[in-house]
Design a protein around this ligand. Structure first.
Ligand SMILES: Nc1ncnc2c1ncn2[C@@H]1O[C@H](COP(=O)(O)OP(=O)(O)OP(=O)(O)O)[C@@H](O)[C@H]1O
Ligand SMILES: O=P(O)(O)OC[C@@]1(O)O[C@H](CO)[C@@H](O)[C@@H]1O
Length: 302
């Protein structure tokens, strides 16, 4: 089974402007949509499109949390959230003007009792299960939070996939995650190296592998992705063509496609990278997350 964990789910309020955002003025929207989000939840959504069952874990709070939970159930997703007594699941504002601007909330505090409730759920994981830890954590939690979960699960044969930034990601490396997926900017920030070409990106991916990551998938938005697999092979893939509508969730879709592709191909990394790319790009070319039809249509062109 695949489990995703979203510490900080969100309702994504996507606002479209027909001009550039004018900071400090009243901006009138051309239209708006609400999309259920948060990185792990997005991974679960795309996995479902690909025919892979998953359970979305994490924390929800307040009326927005209840709305999110109902919406996911209506989409047929399995969830098993810890309910927080205080605060509300955040609403993240995504402004689609000439450029994309995002305003992500801090999210509700997660008390120790709620952390323990999540750990109890994770204790039920079995050998060969996949655990996806994706996205930010509320400011009240330590940057060792993902590390704490992997330390508890160590030695149980669970494959961890981690999509996070800075210390939250770096701290899990000693626990040998199956996959990490930084984008090129995040990788540059972590390694402290300016990355200007594939050779430099591959070298930075090797640095992450030396620290413990088994597979390193570096996404580069419209420039595609580079994979350094656990055997030391580097794969480079470009993007299929299309019109970018909303790239929010493209990285999560790539993670979902990679995991599904890996499982469905019996461990073929090239196939995993191809499906990951099709999913990432199909989401970038859609308003919300990619559907199976969108993904299949792009795969046929690759
Ligand atoms: N502009 C684009 N055109 C085509 N494909 C794209 C574009 N942006 C993203 N993608 C696809 O999605 C994948 C992941 O994108 P990206 O590198 O932006 O991830 P990310 O930074 O984690 O994104 P996010 O945080 O918005 O989910 C890319 O490797 C590519 O396949
Ligand atoms: O604040 P985080 O947790 O880093 O990112 C949250 C978020 O931007 O990630 C998803 C897209 O990847 C959105 O659905 C959501 O709003």
């Amino acid at each position: 089974m695949i489990y995703t964990v979203t510490f900080n789910p969100a309702i994504d309020y996507v606002v479209r402007l027909d001009r550039e955002l004018s900071v400090g003025d009243v901006n009138r929207a051309k239209g708006e949509d609400c999309v259920l989000g948060g990185k792990g939840i997005n991974v679960s959504g795309v996995l479902a499109q690909l025919g892979c069952e998953s359970v979305a874990l994490g924390f929800v709070a307040g009326e927005t949390g209840a709305w999110l939970e109902r919406g996911l159930a209506a989409q047929g997703l399995k969830t098993d959230f810890v309910h927080l007594d205080h605060g509300m699941t955040r609403i993240n504002v995504k402004i689609k003007a000439g450029q994309e601007t995002e305003l992500n909330g801090a999210g509700p505090d997660i008390p120790e009792a709620a952390m323990k409730a999540l750990e109890k759920k994770l204790d039920a994981l079995q050998k060969d299960d996949i655990l996806v830890l994706a996205g930010s954590i509320p400011a009240s939690l330590a940057q060792t939070t993902y590390e704490r979960l992997l330390a508890r699960l160590e030695g149980r044969g669970i494959r961890a996939v981690v999509d996070a930034t800075r210390d939250l990601l770096v701290n899990v490396l000693p626990y040998k995650p199956f996959l990490i997926k930084p984008n090129n900017h995040e990788l540059s920030e972590i390694t402290g190296v300016r990355l200007t070409n594939d050779k430099e990106i591959a070298a930075a991916a090797h640095m992450m592998q030396d620290k413990g990551a088994r597979n390193v998938l570096v996404s580069m938005a419209g420039d595609g992705a580079l994979l350094l697999d656990e055997h030391g092979t580097v794969y480079r893939i470009g993007c299929p063509r299309g019109k970018v509508v909303n790239s929010v969730g493209a990285g999560d879709s790539m993670v979902a496609g990679f995991v599904a592709g890996y499982q469905q191909s019996g461990g073929d990394y090239e196939a995993a990278l191809r499906l990951g790319t099709a999913c990432g790009s199909a989401t970038a070319f859609s308003l919300g997350l990619a559907t199976k039809a969108d993904i299949d249509a792009l795969l046929a062109t690759m």
